[in-house]
Design a protein. Structure first.
Length: 214
């Protein structure tokens, strides 16, 4: 079985070392590199193409938001980014999610929660339930100055699916609620990802809220 390849980006060497130890001693995971600055994180992602980057927000040279944007806007890279932050409503996380991050974790996350988060995001699911990502997105798009961005050609059924994704529903829950098959839900989600140019379900949630859905 292929291991999930994880890269670490944080300016604290001690934190990187503890994460590396945890990852390398977990079945199915492997640490493939470390970076101490945002610029190093971008270079590392381009060089080794990890499945996941654990990205600190505040780093020298280039912050985690800019590094996330550089990594996520590359059409060649399928790397997903999990942002690490000290505060669960760190204002910088807003920018990281808009830049393409797939979710965020507090730095004091429990080891088992970190491992679960890596696997959830690598599978393409949204890292919403374990923490405050959905609450944070909701707060972000609820700002008074926010402008609604019209959704592109989304069908009525796709809109229903998107609303349920935005509420944190799994494919199984969506299928049950709409009385359709799992295959049908997966097809709709796949089309939404393409139409909204979203990398994963977290970005679908952002698009849904920005499109005025609640």
């Amino acid at each position: 079985m292929n291991k999930l390849r994880v890269a670490l980006a944080d300016d604290q060497a001690l934190l990187r070392a503890s994460f590396r130890l945890l990852i390398d001693n977990t079945t199915g995971l492997s640490c493939v590199g470390e970076a101490g600055t945002g610029a190093e994180a971008v270079a590392l992602a381009r060089r080794v193409e990890p499945d996941i980057v654990l990205m600190d927000v505040r780093m020298p040279e280039m912050n985690g938001i800019e590094a996330t944007r550089e990594i996520c806007r590359s059409g060649r890279l399928r790397t997903r980014v999990i942002v690490l932050t000290t505060f669960d409503l760190d204002e910088y996380v807003f920018g990281a999610l808009r830049a393409g991050a797939s979710g965020f974790l507090l730095k004091e996350v429990l080891p088992e929660e970190l491992i679960r988060a890596i696997r959830v995001v690598a599978s393409g699911e949204a890292l919403l339930a374990p923490g405050a990502t959905r609450r944070l997105i909701s707060a972000y798009v609820g700002q008074p100055e926010r402008r609604v961005t019209p959704l592109p050609e989304v069908t009525a059924r796709e809109r229903e699916v998107l609303e349920l994704v935005a509420r944190g529903r799994s494919n199984e829950e969506i299928a049950a609620e709409l009385h359709v098959s799992m295959g049908t839900v997966k097809t709709h989600v796949g089309r939404l990802l393409a139409k909204l140019d979203a990398r994963d379900r977290t970005q679908l949630v952002v698009a849904a809220y920005e499109g005025g859905l609640r």
